[in-house]
Design a binder for this molecule. Sequence first.
Ligand SMILES: *Cc1c(COP(=O)(O)O)cnc(C)c1O
Length: 395
Amino acid sequence: MSNRPIYLDNHATTPMDERVLEAMLPYFTEHFGNPSSISHAYGWEAEAAVKKARAILADAIHATPEEIIFTSGATEANNLAVKGVAEAYFSKGRHIITVQTEHSAVLDPCRYLQTLGFEVTFLPVQPDGLIDLAQLEKAIRPDTILVSVMAANNEIGVLQPLAEIGEICHQNQVLFHTDAAQAIAKIPLDVQSMNINLMSLTAHKVYGPKGIGLLYVQRRHPKVKLAPQIQGGGHERGLRSGTLYTPQIVGFAKAVELGLEVRESESKLLLQLRERLWNALSRLGDIHLNGHRTQRLSGNLNISVQGVDGSALLLGLQPIAAVSSGSACSSATVAPSHVLLALGRSESLAYASIRFGIGRYNTAAEIDKVAQQAIATIESLRQAHPATSQSTQIK
Ligand SMILES: *Cc1c(COP(=O)(O)O)cnc(C)c1O
């Protein structure tokens, strides 16, 4: 364990908080009942736990418990939101607006809907990763049924202006969905004041268990209609069938509860660590920050390193730091990050990028060690291949 690299990939997933595990354990064995069993105490115990968790999660985003639909994670919640709205509103219109930098769990359902005859506008972003609100407003048409814009980007941490987007959607009577998988317990989220009609969340990005998430679906003013994507026993008001996973639900609520308690103080600490890392690395020169300088998750640093080969950079860092690079490896192919390309980065700068995701359990000493190794790696790569440096300087 001790010689494993330092974990700095907290946007991919987070370690589970011990207190979350503790809260979950009784629901695997002792309180194992099916929350839908209404005829005995086993069911009642589980139902009570789910009810409590649902209330905590609803509170966290200023929703009501009836507006929470449990899913297997944010991927499923995004699918339910995008396809569920499309299917329920297609007679009103068949146009959807989203953004080029969204997670594939939003982009792929949108592309799928295109094959069914829906029209999708994939808004570009500005070089800092933020959308242009005027451009959003212009993209809305009479047949637009949904706008889906993420709260915090999983690669570059950029925070989109949710309240402003919500206001525009509200004025134009278009539903607003946000994928807030990276944002919960990190930035304030309020579905009421931000005019958010649908919101996807997941537990494992906030020190909770994997395999559990939720979709918030507004019930009043307006009541959002949704076509279920998984049918069966009629759980979750018929919107998502399947026996509720009590331990995961309890863990999800515990993780969010703990996260909200420390949100502001933790955010300050993460910001200090990030600035420490950025100050150390940026001194090298020819290091490009990807995404807005300040309007980003406090634990996120995403950089492109000029004059080095992306895979060599990652290889050099691997023994010391567990980080992600700007290339998405899907089964067979390695492609440059669609997010970095959308910012206008060249392919070589997109490949030569590192995402540092700093989290709850990282220390200043770890950051210093990683910075040191990164600097040594970058310097030696630049010395070994000065020619590469020339060719990428075009951008
Ligand atoms: C991790 C993540 C997802 C996918 O969530 P799962 O719960 O793993 O399915 C979706 N959107 C964003 C922004 C994410 O960071």
